[in-house]
Design a protein around this ligand. Structure first.
Ligand code: PHE
Length: 336
């Protein structure tokens, strides 16, 4: 481009800017002339091809063109110019990152603590790495019980394991306190299970324990669990007990909740039975009291335990336990 051509181009560009009558047109001209790939930056880039002796004059003319066009554009309200331009459209709306939501397992744990809190229970805690005594022996588990097997439990040497249940927190709480005791103990538990839609090697339980010097009965246990069932799952939900066996309770029961979907009529959620199995429970075995130094003649109590995942899955209709651990926001945000 010769100097004369440059002057023509400049005059042409200024005419165009003068004629531009809306923001889009001004912006298009800004891009055309002073934008990153505009004609003025292109001329500056091509400067090395201009014969050396013409370069200063040519350079000056290009800079003058740039200054005049920028001034004309600015007068028309163009937002930015040449080198100083921000390469973003500041008029675009901001990006929405979404709100976080509380995890379903945290919800169930907090809700459980609130419900039992209204009945006078406090929350107790214990370590995930336990010893054999707290996780098995004190809970009256016979020495060769299969749950102690290496294929069922994560052992670290002879006396150290990842707790298989939250029941050892019962033991710790009783050893550290005198009755009356009313605690719930939420926490992580571990079993050597192969992961599938309903099993996980690392899951959560909530244990409950009530021990008192006045007589505690199975009826007390049932009423407390019935209250919990109604508060957690909704009106019309109650409990039934089925005889069962746990080493640390006698008698022991399995606890079913009325199906909260059909209210007991039978549907595909409860496999037409009207009931959903939820918890294990029973009256604390006198031998357990013996292990923690309580006089079994003077105290009585009940214990119960259930899986947090199980409650979350039935309450929120989650068909696969793995969804609870994948941290997929499409799943998690549904409870927001
Ligand atoms: N810990 C038992 C289990 O893991 C559940 C349970 C707790 C049963 C308390 C009775 C009393 O299956």
């Amino acid at each position: 481009m010769t100097l004369a051509e440059l002057e023509n181009a400049k005059a042409e560009s200024l005419k165009e800017v003068a004629a531009a009558n809306d923001a889009a047109a001004v912006e298009a001209l800004r891009v055309k002339y002073v934008g990153r790939n505009g004609s003025i930056p292109a001329l500056i880039k091509a400067m090395k091809d201009v014969p050396k002796d013409e370069r200063p004059a040519f350079g000056k003319a290009v800079q003058a063109w740039r200054a005049e066009v920028e001034a004309a554009l600015a007068a028309k309200g163009a937002g930015s110019s040449g080198e100083k331009s921000v390469d973003a459209d500041l008029t675009l709306p901001g990006r929405w990152w979404g709100l976080g939501a509380k995890h379903p397992l945290s919800r169930v744990i907090e809700e459980t603590a609130r419900i039992f809190g209204r009945l006078g229970f406090t929350v107790a805690d214990g370590p995930e790495l336990e010893n054999r005594f707290n996780n098995f022996t004190a809970l009256n588990t016979p020495p060769h019980h299969p749950s102690m097997d290496r294929s069922d439990t994560f052992w670290f040497g002879e006396d150290c394991l990842l707790r298989t249940q939250t029941s050892p927190v019962q033991i710790r709480t009783m050893m550290a306190n005198k009755p009356p005791i009313r605690v719930i103990c939420p926490g992580r538990t571990y079993r050597r299970d192969t992961t599938d839609a309903t099993h996980s090697a690392n899951f959560h339980q909530i244990e409950g324990l009530y021990v008192d010097t006045k007589p505690v009965s199975l009826a007390d246990l049932k009423s407390v669990l019935a209250y919990f069932a109604k508060e957690m799952m909704g009106d019309g939900v109650t409990v039934r007990f089925r005889p069962h066996f746990f080493p640390f309770t006698e008698p022991s029961v399995e606890v079913d909740f009325t199906c909260h979907v059909c209210k007991g009529k039978g549907c595909n959620v409860c496999k037409q039975s009207g009931w959903i199995e939820v918890a294990g429970a029973g009256m604390v075995d006198p031998r357990v009291f013996g292990h923690v130094g309580y006089d079994a003649e003077k105290v009585s109590g009940y214990a119960f335990g259930f899986g947090v995942e199980r409650i979350a899955m039935i309450k929120y209709g989650i068909p696969d336990i793995r969804w609870l651990y994948e941290n997929d926001v499409r799943f998690l945000s549904q409870l927001a």
